[in-house]
Design a protein around this ligand. Structure first.
Ligand SMILES: Cc1cc2nc3c(=O)[nH]c(=O)nc-3n(C[C@H](O)[C@H](O)[C@H](O)COP(=O)(O)O)c2cc1C
Length: 128
C-alpha cells in the first residue's frame, strides 16, 4: 500500500470553512469507490491528511488534491509504502481538532515521527 501524509492551509481568499463539509463528502464517496482509507484533520484553517491505497489510485488522488484550489501551501510530511493499511475502518475519517489541545505540529516535526506515532497521537480523538 502506498500512503501520503501532508499538511495544507484552507484557501481563505476564496473559500471558507463551509467548503470543508463538501470536501469530506466527496472524499467519503470517492474513497470508498477507490479503496482509499485515511483520516482528515482540520482545525478551522489547517488540514492534515493521511491517505493510503493502491499505488495508482493514490497517485491519481494526490494529483487531484495538489491542484485543488480550496487549499494551498501543501507540504508533504511523509510518503512511502507499507504492508497493509493503517486505517481500514473508514473511507475518510474526519476529525475536527479546533477544540483540541492536540499539537499536530510538534507531532509531525518530532525526530522519531512515523505514521504509527501519528496514528497513536490522534487515536484518542473523536472521528466523525
Ligand atoms: C484538504 C482536501 C482533502 C481532500 N481529500 C480528498 C480525498 O480523500 N478523496 C477525494 O476523492 N478527494 C479529496 N479531495 C478533493 C480532491 O482534491 C478532488 O476535488 C477530488 O478528488 C475530485 O477530483 P476532480 O474534481 O479533479 O475529479 C480533497 C480536497 C482537499 C482540499
Amino acid at each position: 500500500m502506498k500512503f501520503v501524509l501532508y499538511t495544507s492551509v484552507l484557501n481563505q481568499e476564496h473559500y471558507d470553512v463551509m467548503a470543508v463539509p463538501a470536501i469530506v463528502r466527496t472524499a467519503r464517496t470517492e474513497n470508498s469507490i477507490h479503496g482509499i482509507t485515511g483520516v482528515l484533520l482540520f482545525d478551522g484553517l489547517n488540514f492534515t491528511q493521511y491517505f493510503e491505497g493502491e499505488e495508482e489510485t493514490v497517485d491519481v488522488l494526490w494529483h487531484n488534491i495538489q491542484r485543488d484550489k480550496r487549499h494551498k501551501n501543501i507540504i508533504v510530511v511523509l510518503t512511502g509504502h507499507q504492508e497493509g493499511r493503517l486505517y481500514d475502518e473508514w473511507g475518510m475519517g474526519y476529525i475536527d481538532i479546533s477544540d483540541n489541545e492536540i499539537d499536530i505540529e510538534s507531532c509531525i516535526s518530532a525526530a522519531d515521527f512515523s505514521v504509527d506515532t501519528f496514528k497513536q497521537t490522534i487515536s484518542r480523538l473523536d472521528v466523525e
